[in-house]
Design a protein around this ligand. Structure first.
Ligand code: GP9
Ligand code: MN
Length: 621
């Protein structure tokens, strides 16, 4: 072995190894849908190119430090690669700098990572050890003179060829940065990470230089698209306690469905049929990378989450006119949130200040033991049960938001808690999903019984919704088996529906509402029910019960659903049948979505809500 490499300088061998490793890992782990020889070539070229650039940095500076520098850069690249491998397995996505900075979160992700780790991971690091052993004592082979000029020429040529190829394959690549898979496919994982870093710095810069100039355009857009809230329902829930219950990873396809003759969500199914329940059967989550925190943000503010990272992390110091702040300031509500996890997860402890919660009941407020925990923490049943004494002590009227946890990937459940058995496909994740969903459903049933017993049910209203998907498109095979249909892009969008139930204990009506709605509509709906008129505000959603409601939901990736169309990527379908139609028909919808998302982003990036009061004073509106 030693003899074989006796003439090879460390720099060349490390470039070769890093290129090979990057290429192989990219092929094996990331599903990039490589379907042509030229795409294959781009992938190989990008791996080579990044390796040359990264490791080439070691050639600058003192020669005697070259071994250390090469090994450091090699390890650095490997760590970037490995973090993306872990993140991809979990989220089916690539990591971004804001998410990476959530180091507090990374420790909590541990339970999921243990499940994801595999022996294969050892190989990702093995070459570092081999390189170190081969070259450690061989100064002459480490420092072998390399013609730096030639090296730089080769590097530039490689970059040029690689970029030309990537551009030919995918024009506008760098302007469509939200499509992370596309970036990695054409630039490689390291260049993607570098590009992401530039975007991140840009975001920081935007906050620093933001002013209120853009406000007029955005306010005009929002006002032009406003839909009048339902007047009959104005103040219907005035003075009532408000329960917001966020169901972890709960998609709508489990509602009213059975496995081997057993209902998956018998309680939700029953609640939907009860007097006083309004079930929205075409309600979509609109979250992005921020997952649960995005759903919280959207519901609270009627703004979209950000295209990258979690707004909970990137902009917690902004001024927000949240639902919580309205309830507190306008109606004197006591506002609280219950979630039995570490309070800094998703930066909640910081962001909740801006949202305006009076009290956050976190893991510190619960009795958590090995017996009453599973997966990510306290089991839902115990979470709800232990919350009752806290609830009883709250000043009324209160707002109480509950965030469940048990139905979280990897969907672990102890056998004694299983209500329905695991399903029987080849996909363990999907099989287990049904058991944790049904466990959560039973926990919710018990919570309702406990609330009734505690006298907290009658004088309250309930808003129950799913936070985001639980089954990603990594599981399409099992999902198509379960739903007995092929998962096309249309089907995938339809799977982004999450349940939404409004329940008014003393009401007599029962309704299933089929209009197309999204999480962004919850804030204006609840404000109207509570008898709060919107002041000078920027909201992209509108009252779900509005008679003027235009069915239109925009997702964070730019996809759009209306009562007629489903538009996603460059594909257009009829909503009713799923039939694909010419993409041009959906173009106006997609363009409007892009505009709306960018307006919302500008509001957040520029912290524009803080300028609203002076803006309205100035315009006298
Ligand atoms: C963690 C919980 C889960 O506290 O909200 O977060 P998620 O991974 O679903 O965003
Ligand atoms: Mn979640």
């Amino acid at each position: 072995m030693n003899r074989l490499f006796s003439k090879v300088p460390l720099i060349w061998l490390s470039i070769l190894l890093l290129t090979l490793k990057t290429y192989i890992v990219t092929k094996l782990v990331f599903e990039l849908d490589i379907d042509s020889f030229s795409q294959e070539l781009i992938l190989a070229l990008s791996a080579l190119c990044s390796s040359v650039i990264l490791l080439g940095l070691a050639l600058f500076g003192k020669k005697q430090h070259q071994f250390i520098k090469i090994m450091f850069l090699y390890s650095f690249a490997t760590i970037i690669l490995y973090i993306n491998v872990l993140y991809y397995r979990f989220f089916n996505d690539f990591i971004t700098i804001p998410v990476l900075f959530q180091s507090k979160n990374l420790s909590d992700l541990w339970t999921s990572l243990v499940e994801l780790n595999s022996l294969f991971d050892l190989f990702i690091f093995l070459d570092i050890v081999i390189l170190a052993m081969l070259y450690k004592r061989k100064q002459e082979r480490v420092e072998m003179t390399i013609n730096k000029k030639k090296f730089m020429v080769v590097t530039c040529v490689l970059i040029f060829i690689s970029l030309v190829y990537a551009h030919a394959e995918r024009p506008e690549l760098l302007t469509r940065s939200f499509d992370r898979k596309l970036l990695v496919k054409n630039l490689g994982v390291y260049a993607y990470q570098g590009y992401d870093f530039l975007l991140y710095s840009n975001t920081k810069r935007r906050i620093a230089f933001a002013d209120s100039d853009k406000l007029t355009e955005i306010v005009n857009y929002v006002n032009a698209n406003k839909e009048k809230p339902n007047e009959d329902l104005f103040g219907k829930a005035k003075g009532k306690n408000l329960f917001l219950i966020s169901l972890e990873s709960t998609q709508d396809f489990v509602v009213n469905r059975e496995i081997d003759g057993q209902e998956i969500t018998p309680f939700l199914n029953q609640l939907i049929k009860e007097k006083g329940s309004y079930y929205f059967s075409n309600f979509y989550h609109q979250t992005g990378q921020g997952k649960t925190s995005d759903s919280e943000f959207i519901v609270e503010n009627s703004l979209y989450g950000l295209p990258r990272g979690a707004v909970f992390f990137s902009n917690p110091q902004n001024k927000y006119q949240s639902l919580t702040n309205y309830l507190k300031d306008e109606k004197g509500y006591y506002t609280s949130v219950f979630h039995a996890n570490n309070k800094s997860f998703w930066n909640r402890d910081v962001m909740y200040e801006a949202i305006g919660y009076d009290r956050f009941f976190s893991d510190l407020d619960y009795w958590i033991t090995e017996e009453n925990s599973i997966g990510w923490g306290l089991k839902d049943d115990h979470f709800f049960t232990q919350s009752i004494p806290h609830l009883k002590q709250l000043p009324q009227p209160f707002m109480a938001k509950f965030i469940t946890l048990t139905n979280h990937f990897p969907f672990s459940l102890s056998q004694q808690d299983e209500i329905i058995p695991e399903w029987n496909s080849k996909d363990g994740t999907v099989n287990r999903y049904f058991t944790t969903v049904s466990y959560q459903d039973a926990a919710l049933r018990k919570f309702f019984e406990q609330l009734k017993a505690a006298g907290l049910y009658e004088n309250s209203i309930f808003v129950i919704y799913g936070d985001h998907y639980g089954i990603s498109d990594n599981h399409n095979t099992a999902m198509s088996q379960f739903l007995n249909t092929t998962i096309t892009p249309y089907e995938y969008i339809e799977l982004q529906k999450v349940p939404l139930i409004f329940h008014f204990p003393k009401s007599h009506e029962t309704k299933t509402i089929t209009s197309v709605t999204g999480q962004i509509d919850l804030k204006p709906t609840i404000l109207n029910l509570m008898g709060i008129s919107e002041k000078s505000d920027i909201q992209f959603g509108s009252d779900l019960f509005s008679e003027e409601k235009k069915d239109n939901v925009i997702m964070r990736d730019g996809s759009v659903v209306t009562n007629t169309y489903v538009a996603t990527g460059n594909k257009c379908y009829l909503k009713e049948t799923g039939q694909e139609i010419p993409s041009a028909e959906c173009m106006p919808l997609l363009l409007k979505a892009k505009k709306e998302l960018s307006y919302s982003d500008r509001v957040i990036y520029g912290d524009l809500l803080k300028f609203l009061p002076s803006y309205y004073e100035g315009t006298d509106k």
